[in-house]
Design a protein around this ligand. Structure first.
Ligand SMILES: Cc1ncc(C[n+]2csc(CCOP(=O)(O)OP(=O)(O)O)c2C)c(N)n1
Length: 356
């Protein structure tokens, strides 16, 4: 495909196809150790997903939103950006967080209902955001602030296809366009917003073309191709830092698992569709790329997987051993100054015996 131009003018970028064939002309120049780390991060996220699911099923964790199938949308851009760039997640970005160096304990504690998981102070990251699309406004604002301060940092914000139906999506893109905010709006178009399919979300042919309405650049990328997500994020960052403003990237991907641990996708989609997407798996094709380049072989990959499993087991143990937080902790990392009404609610709950 390399760069395909759709009849509406939108560009669609693919570098590594589902069989692991690479377009040499578009192949980004990524150092070998970064490529290995990208592979490790993808594998880590996939295994964390499985663990989190099991923890929820046995009652040790709450609702979890799986990443399976969407790892390339996150790990590619995470490695294309710098540590001082801002990471503004929704709730399905465990793979980006792993690449950013978040401790898996922290990620797991979030899903165990501990606000320690939202403690991101000291890094240029925002905590998980559950209200759909609200975080887009924060990303635009962070970008505007960095312009005012004269800093050279880019914000990347993640959101799903469903989020594009919220007013906040349009407000954020409009402001970002007008104020030339250095933001990458990364839309993970995983085809569903819980049970609502993408075609019921918008009559637009693509999500990327919505950028036109705000006078900003928009493009599509094969979201299961880590070389392409890396490249388009890197170019969007360069544009942002050259004062050329925001970019809307539509990552074409698929949610292989359920929406969250409390969803049953077999009620609204066919297994045949899931199987078709499993053949486009982002880790399988990247593994082939690494093997073909002689960077990793089957034995290296087995070793990496084993090491990750061992590490993950330790992290899960640590997360399970942590004391449950005090009730007041719930709001501690959310507000600089906890509002009176919330303090009052905490007191009332404590009087009731702290039943959470
Ligand atoms: C403002 C708001 N409305 C409704 C919900 C309930 N809700 C949680 S996830 C979700 C669907 C989100 O779909 P999408 O934006 O496509 O992201 P995905 O879950 O597919 O990653 C909804 C409606 C919410 N969290 N926030």
């Amino acid at each position: 495909m390399p760069i395909e131009k759709l009849d509406n003018g939108v560009e669609k970028v693919q570098i590594l196809d589902k069989d692991g064939n690479v377009d040499k002309q578009l192949e980004p120049d990524i150092p070998e150790e970064t490529l290995i780390q990208m592979y490790k991060d993808m594998v880590y996220a996939r295994k964390l997903d499985k663990k989190a699911f099991k923890l929820q099923r046995r009652g040790d964790a709450g609702t979890y939103a799986p990443v399976q199938g969407e790892e390339a949308c996150q790990v590619g851009p995470a490695h294309a950006l710098d540590d001082d760039d801002w990471f503004v997640p929704s709730f399905r970005e465990a793979a980006f967080a792993i690449s950013r160096g978040y401790s898996p304990v922290k990620l797991l504690r979030y899903f165990m209902g501990d606000s320690y998981g939202s403690k991101v102070g000291g890094t240029n990251s925002l905590p998980v955001s559950i209200p759909i699309a609200s975080q887009l406004l924060h990303a635009t604002g962070i970008g505007m602030a960095s312009n005012i301060k004269g800093e050279e940092t880019t914000s990347i914000v993640y959101f799903g296809d469903g989020a594009t139906s919220q007013g906040d999506f349009h407000g954020a893109l409009n402001f970002a366009g007008v104020y030339n905010s250095p933001v990458i709006f990364f839309n993970q178009n995983n085809r569903y917003a819980i049970s609502t399919p993408r075609e019921k979300q918008t009559a637009s042919q693509t999500i990327a073309q919505k950028a036109d309405a705000y006078g900003i650049k928009g493009l599509q990328v094969d979201g299961n191709d880590i070389l392409a997500t890396y490249k388009v994020a890197k170019e969007a960052k360069e544009r942002a830092e050259n004062g050329e403003g925001p970019t809307l990237i539509e990552g074409l991907t698929y949610r292989i698992g359920s929406h969250t641990t409390s969803d049953n996708p077999s009620r609204y989609r066919e297994d045949e569709e899931v199987q078709k997407w499993k053949e486009k798996d982002p880790i399988t094709r990247f593994s082939k790329y690494l093997k073909d380049k002689g960077i990793l072989d089957e034995i290296d990959m087995k070793k990496i997987k084993k090491e990750i499993e061992e590490d993950l087991d330790k992290q899960v143990e640590k997360a399970l051993e942590m004391e449950d937080p005090e009730l007041e902790e719930m709001f501690k990392h959310v507000y600089e100054e906890v509002p009176q009404r919330l303090k009052k609610q905490v007191k009332t709950a404590e009087k009731r015996g702290g039943d959470r």
